[in-house]
Ligand binder design. Structure first.
Ligand SMILES: [Zn+2]
Ligand SMILES: [Zn+2]
Length: 147
């Protein structure tokens, strides 16, 4: 009897697009390349890789759009046109479903196994990891008071 894979729920920021994905996740990659930094507007992309048919769309697929960098070998981004959240998509070669980990609502049950394009990492990334941590907003407020 086959063991049923754990189904992991995800949704975009506005909630219009929702889905379920499942493993086994072959990779969990943090990509520091300049395209991923642009596409996420953050330090890196965190992507899980699974089989192309390991997704069930629950709602909102009509709001999804895909952007492919024309000159890139494989770079794509799929996103909600209402809120801009990244969403899962099938790789250009059809081999993988690429799942942006930050859009999941549940623990995928795996941790990142590699970081790629480290030579392109944001110059502020490592310093940011060492910055003071607060459970929520810092007690003195979120920004210094205006003079
Ligand atoms: Zn959305
Ligand atoms: Zn990248």
């Amino acid at each position: 009897m086959a063991i049923e894979a754990t189904r992991i729920r995800g949704a975009c920021l506005c909630g219009a697009v929702a889905f379920v994905v499942w493993g086994p996740f072959e990779r969990f990659v943090l990509c520091h390349c300049s395209r991923c930094r642009k596409a996420t507007a953050s330090a890196y992309a965190a992507n899980l890789f699974t089989a192309p048919d390991h997704v069930e769309w629950l709602r909102g697929t009509d709001l999804m759009r895909r952007y492919q960098v024309p000159e890139a070998r494989s770079f794509s981004k799929c996103f909600c046109t209402q809120c801009g959240s990244a969403l899962p998509y099938v790789s250009r070669n059809g081999a993988h479903l690429i799942v942006p980990a930050g859009v999941l609502d549940e623990d995928p049950g795996v941790v990142p196994d590699r970081q790629i394009f480290w030579d392109s990492h944001a110059c502020w990334y490592e310093a940011g990891l060492a910055a003071p941590r607060f459970a929520g907003y810092p007690p003195e407020g979120w920004l210094p008071d205006a003079e």
